[in-house]
Structure formats: C-alpha cells, structure tokens
Design a protein around this ligand. Sequence first.
Ligand code: BG6
Length: 489
Amino acid sequence: EMDATISITVVGASGDLAKKKIFPALFALFYEDNLPEHFTVFGYARSKMTDEQLRNMISATLTCRIDQRENCSDKMEQFLKRCFYQSGQYNSEEGFAQLDNRLREKEVGKLSNRLFYLSIPPNIFVDVVRCASLRASATIGWTRVIVEKPFGRDAESSGELTRSLKKYLKEDQIFRIDHYLGKELVENLSVLRFSNLIFEPLWSRNYIRNVQFIFSEDFGTEGRGGYFDNYGIIRDIMQNHLLQILALFAMETPVSLEAEDTRNEKVKVLRSMRTLTLDDVTIGQYKGHKKGDRSYPAYTDDPTVPNNSVTPTFAAAALFIDNARWDGVPFLMKAGKALHTRRAEIRVQFRHVPGNLYKRNFGTDLDKATNELVLRVQPDEAIYLKINNKVPGLGMRLDRSDLNLLYKTRYSKEIPDAYERLLLDAVEGERRLFIRSDELDAAWALFTPLLKELEEKKIAPELYPYGSRGPVGAHYLAAKHNVRWGDLS
Ligand code: BG6
C-alpha cells in the first residue's frame, strides 16, 4: 500500500479564526500524536509572507495548554517546521497553481490527500473552490473542504451557495462546520440519552414540560459590528448552534452511529418543526450603560454599525415539533450578547408529579418543585439534576438539591477545544458532526419567513442595558407558553 500524505491548507491564514482556533487546534492534535505521519500545514492568504513569518505568527498564538508540559517547546518546533506559506489572491488560478506546486513537492511518490479550511468570508468560497480544485496528478487521494457559517442569509442565498459549491465539489467533500457540535457536552448528549436507561423513557411529551436552550455572552459585538449587523443574533446563534443542539436533543434514535444515520434523524426532526412567525419571538438590542465608573457601549456606538440599526443582539423564541414524541412541548431558545454572564446550557423541565404527596411542602408554587435536568455546555461543563430532598432532621421539610456531575472535579484531563475534534474528524473523513446540505436547508426553512418579516417591517428590538439579564419580553414570551426560564428562577 502506498504511503499517504495529508496537507491541511488554511485559506485566510492571517485571519482571526485561523490564529485563535485553527492553528492552535492543529498543534494540539499534533502534540497528542493525532495527526498522520506525513502531514504539512499550509497557510494561504493575500499578504506577502515567508514561511518563517507565518511560523512566527503561528507560534505567537500557540500555548502548551497545561503549563510546563513535557517537551512542549520541542513539539512546537517540530510542528512549526511542518508549516509553510503561500501568498495569492483568492480568485487567482495562478496563486493556487503555485500552491499546488508546493503541495506536490511534499507529496512526491505518495498518495496525496488535501484538506482545505476556508477561513474566509463566504462570498469568496466559490472562487477559492474553483481555483483550488484544479489538480492533476497520478497519485490523487481525497480532497475535502471545510467551510463555516454564515452559509448565506436565508433559504435562497444558502441554496445558491450550495449549488455553486457543488459545481466543483461533491456533497461528501464538503464539511460544513458548526463548532457547537464539536463541544464535549454536545457530543455527550447522545451518550446520555442512548446509553443510560433512566433518561430516554422520560424523553417525550409524557414527562417533559419544556426544554430550554440558552446562550449568553457577557461581551458585545465589539470589533465585529460590521459582520454582525448584516446577520443578527438569530442567524449568528439560533439558526445554527442552538438549533443543532435542539435537533440532537429531540431526534429519534438513529439506526447506528454511522454519520448518515444521525444526520438522517436530525433532518427528520427539523422537518417536523413548525416554521417560526413573529408571534414566536421577541428581540432585543443592548444599549449603553454606566456601572460605577465603568461605562459600557451601546450596540449602535460601534462605528461600523448604523445608528438606526434594528439588528437584534438578543432574541428569544418558542419552537414546536409537530411529531408524536413532542406534540405541544415548547422548546424555548434564548440567545444574547452583552448580558450579565457567559453561559451555554440546555435545561429540561419535567412535569409535575401527579398527586404529589408532598404538595403542601412546596407552598403554592408547584412549578418550583419539578425536576430539572441541566447540561451546562460552558463554561464549567456540568450535568446536574435538580431533585427534591428531605432536609435532614426531625419533621418534614423539603428542599431542592442537585445531583451534580461537575467535569472539572470528575475528570482530570483537559477538555479539548471544539475545533480539535472537528478538524480530526475532517482528517479522518468522519462526517457525523458536520452539517449535510438538506439539514442546512431545513434549518433555513424554519427561520427564513420570520427573518424576512422582521426585516421588512423593521421591527424595533427592545433595548436592554449592557450587562443585564436581557429584555423583559423574553419573560412574556415564555409566560405565554407557561414556561419560566430556568436560569433566572
Ligand atoms: C460564533 C458566533 O459562531 O460563536 C459568535 O459567530 C459567538 O458571535 C461564538 O461569539 C461563540 O462561540 P463559543 O465557542 O465562544 O461559545
């Protein structure tokens, strides 16, 4: 059997994502001996740079994640020796031909596999793919391309992008990243459901009152206002990250762990969902705020954001899955920037205990007595279950307690970054955690009419102070469906 090489070309090598996430993830994989023996990393971008300058740029962002790890600087050295740089325009066949030549030098006599990571704006994806997929060699292995959102702004533009990419690539060559699928707790969701007896039997409208998917950040869009204003929080977080988690949460049991089996189930559940309307959402935008001697900017203070922008930086939504398992169960989402804390979590609120013997111990607020399962995706990964427990002692007093699995106390090994898992999967051709085009279409179909209506009617977002818990509209939306946000009660 012929030896294989793999080259990983980061297109847009000097960008933020490349520096912050992609190169460090590649190094971490290398450090743990997860990359194949013959691999090279290429950076491709417009600026002129030498290999040496690229190495300096990369090494400035590499850290040995655990301080004073053995051999770390040696490993770094070895990794950097495998990194090269080629400059060129993104729509230049010549630039990519030069890259091709340099890739071939590394591939001589070996089967050549090539992975391209398009860390560039989507409007130039197609140019790059057109130029980069020109290759002729006797020893061609596979070519794969990783792309990352935004995949268009709505159903039409996303469909258009997919069709254009497919002029040059087959669906199984396209690896659409949603980095939330690379997160440890999200990957664990299926394990929790399908390898424990005690959850799956409860996983339906019979026992679950509502499910909440909550994303909050304690910083605004500083520095990204230009991008953000064109998209807003619904496209930035809900239509992808939160919806993907919802699909994994709610899907039926896949036939197997094969990629297509999971992806089939996700598409099915997405297609069973009700298209959102204006009644199903509430939106917000952060305003400036003074706290002590610090002052926090409004979203519209960003010079790249128009003063009269109505782009939401916060949204809450109620979604419904019209199938036998989930009929009538509200799935609530909440996502916001510039809130009081950074957190991503799933909260499952269970139904009331029928004929609860201990009813009177809970006063009038029986909602507070229901079990709640929380999966905290970040920070401080954890799974905990709120139960009612007898306070030890004479008499009968109950209180709420947690059965708590806190990752950092249970597991000593550090949790890998989402990009490590996803890059490794792309190298290995494992597609389960990537978004198939029909999934993407189904996701856009749910949100597109709503997004159009919000924009056509220029619906004004409710303002909320930077650093607050968000607009009160989110409470009304939840209350309309008899839900209380678990993170606020
Ligand atoms: C990105 C969004 O997809 O996810 C950003 O574009 C957001 O707006 C980021 O900040 C959050 O990712 P993480 O992994 O830091 O929670």
